[in-house]
Design a protein around this ligand. Structure first.
Ligand SMILES: [Ca+2]
Length: 304
């Protein structure tokens, strides 16, 4: 997930989560949350396990157990909205996830958007955000982070939370090298309008290759901004950060634009720029959609 600062909402999945099985049905449990919406039925029960057992029937996909009221609410829907609720837990049916998936497209279709552990082939295991609601779901977002600094130690200090977060372009590379992927950018401005851009092929090399980009096949509503001002594709460009200038500009695009990116000289897309509502070369922007006006939210995610 390349949400910028607004995306921090997605980092707060710090509640305890666990999976368990019951009557050959797998469940995913998350504490301190409850589901909201039209529940099918509410029953008085004595434990979360009892609530899950009732949910083994075909009609129930998810449930909330409230320990204070000793109530079990059953939901037909698998992914109702949820909210923080002390003393409650949500329980959802899931298909087995063993071994861990190689990317979010391997999650069962009924999975909800959220944080999952992935195990790419011949790569490290990593925690990513899976977007299951947009464009048929299955999108892998290697977590919100900023690519402004190259230095790995500094990167870890700033960007790795206690439970271990994505390692940015390395993680992107480990997933992308498994097979052919498309990439999707979702944008939202400060008025709430949205647009998207999809590229049917994306590849990013490893660090020794300076994370060189290959990008092809644009379609969408936001315009193809993964180009230079002269409309030259960013394919073949290397990744630049404020402390690593791999661009073709006589100055540093990462400094000019306020963030790391695949720059030629420089780029009309500025996903890792500064979070600002202003019209600025350094603001997070997607030039062919809203010019240089800062955007509220951006996502960058990949799917085979
Ligand atoms: Ca330069």
């Amino acid at each position: 997930m390349f949400y910028l600062k607004t995306a921090s909402v997605c980092i707060f999945f710090t509640q305890f989560t666990a999976s368990f099985s019951l009557k050959s049905q797998m469940f995913h449990k998350e504490t301190e949350t409850r589901l909201v919406g039209a529940s099918m039925k509410t029953i008085t029960v004595s434990s979360g396990i009892e609530c899950a057992m009732i949910c083994t029937n075909d009609n129930c996909c998810s449930s909330t157990h409230d320990t204070n009221l000793e109530q079990c609410s059953l939901f037909l829907e698998c992914c109702p909205d949820k909210e923080f609720s002390k003393g409650s837990q949500t329980i959802k049916k899931i298909s087995g996830l063993n071994p861990p998936p190689k990317d979010c497209s391997e999650l069962p279709a009924e999975s909800c958007s959220g944080v999952y552990v992935m195990q790419p082939e011949n790569g490290p295991s990593m925690t990513v955000f899976c977007e299951m609601g947009i464009d048929n779901g299955g999108w892998t977002d290697d977590y919100p982070y900023f690519r402004r600094v190259w230095n790995a130690e500094l990167f870890k200090t700033i960007h790795l939370p206690p439970k271990g977060r994505g390692r940015g372009n390395d993680n992107l590379h480990f997933i992308l090298r498994q097979r052919s992927y498309q990439v999707r950018f979702d944008l939202e401005d400060f008025t709430g309008d949205t647009a998207y851009a999809v590229y049917s092929t994306m590849y990013v090399g490893d660090e020794s290759d300076n994370y060189k980009l290959n990008l092809k096949g644009y379609y969408g509503t936001a315009g193809n901004s993964m180009v230079t001002a002269g409309k030259i594709s960013l394919t073949g460009t290397m990744f630049s950060t404020r402390d690593r200038d791999n661009d073709l500009n006589e100055r540093s695009c990462a400094i000019i634009k306020g963030g790391g990116w695949w720059y030629r000289s420089c780029s009309l897309a500025n996903i890792n720029g500064l979070y600002s509502e202003k019209d600025s070369n350094r603001a997070v922007h997607w030039k062919l959609w809203r010019g240089n006006t800062g955007l509220k939210k951006t996502m960058m995610m990949i799917k085979p």
